[in-house]
Design a protein. Structure first.
Length: 305
């Protein structure tokens, strides 16, 4: 009896700690996810869900075949993810390498670079909307000063999405820099010193010693950045014009800068087409899950030190 009581007591504290967390995950994550997938398979009646008609994959097929907004949003989302990742990962690594060479004031520089990541995305979006303003914005004023033609920026269908990406990358850069710098500081110094004794130059030391050891850091940042980019919403919603002719909010001019997350908002909150919104959300979930698995298999280091 005493032994049985001790075993139960051993597992009591973990259950007390993890139990509420498990309940929270089930109620606010797993159940809504399953319910969302179930709703996407119906012709959903928002006022009376019991009258919803099961249609299988019809909502998905309609989006891929007859909805040009979905195709444009999907293409813009991949452009956003690829461009943002291609910007923040290498630039953040370069800045971290520069910080590594500093002898004084490192913390001040890190704080200066990381500070934008602490700001509200809405505030940053509003600020850059004024900076990109074609008539009186700072960026066009600089272009005029150096003799270059001014640009329409957010009012142009081809430039709007890239202006939003640049803003997001500027705010996000501090996070990647900080993580890379932490990874560099955790590299055992004797590895670097041994490479220097053998006559390895800085670039050789980086590619043969530092980068392989930071494999887990690089994998984490790439995967996290891709997931973050697929879920972005704030900057597109705040910075872009109303989607003229689409019956939705932002994503303009027209729907040239519309993305999947904005489409979920437009369909689920403004119209509301719950079945279509949940179908788009399910597609986002599936894409992110597949890309995460693939990235970890490709980027996961094959060795440990």
């Amino acid at each position: 009896m005493a032994k049985s009581f001790l075993i139960k007591r051993k597992y009591l504290f973990p259950l007390m700690v993890l139990g509420p967390l498990l309940v929270w995950y089930v109620l606010f994550m797993y159940y809504p996810t399953v319910y969302s997938i179930w709703a996407s398979l119906h012709l959903w009646v928002a006022d009376n869900p019991a009258k919803s008609t099961f249609v299988g994959l019809k909502n998905y097929l309609d989006m891929f075949t007859i909805d040009p907004r979905f195709k444009k949003s999907l293409a813009n989302t991949f452009i956003y993810v690829l461009t943002k990742t291609a910007l923040v990962i290498p630039i953040g690594l370069v800045i971290a390498l520069l910080f590594e060479r500093l002898r004084r004031g490192t913390k001040v520089y890190i704080l200066a670079v990381f500070l934008p990541a602490l700001c509200s995305a809405t505030a940053v979006g509003i600020l850059f909307t004024y900076l990109f303003q074609p008539s009186f914005g700072l960026f066009n004023a600089v272009l005029k000063t150096i003799g270059l033609p001014t640009q329409p920026f957010l009012t142009d269908a081809k430039q709007a999405i890239f202006c939003v990406i640049a803003t997001d990358a500027w705010q996000y850069m501090g996070f990647t820099t900080l993580i890379f710098f932490t990874g560099l500081m955790n590299i055992p110094y004797h590895f670097v010193e041994a490479a220097r004794v053998d006559g390895a130059r800085a670039w050789r030391t980086f590619f043969s010693i530092k980068l392989p050891i930071m494999g887990h850091t690089l994998a984490f940042l790439v995967v996290y950045t891709v997931i973050n980019a697929f879920q972005f919403f704030d900057f597109v919603f705040v910075m872009t014009q109303s989607g003229g002719g689409t019956g939705g909010a932002s994503g303009g001019p027209g729907y040239s800068s519309s993305v999947l997350s904005l489409m979920v908002y437009n369909e689920g909150m403004l119209r509301p087409n719950v079945d279509k919104a949940t179908a788009v959300a399910t597609i986002i979930l599936a894409i992110v899950l597949i890309l995460t698995i693939v990235q970890y298999r490709i980027l996961r280091p094959k060795w440990e030190y």
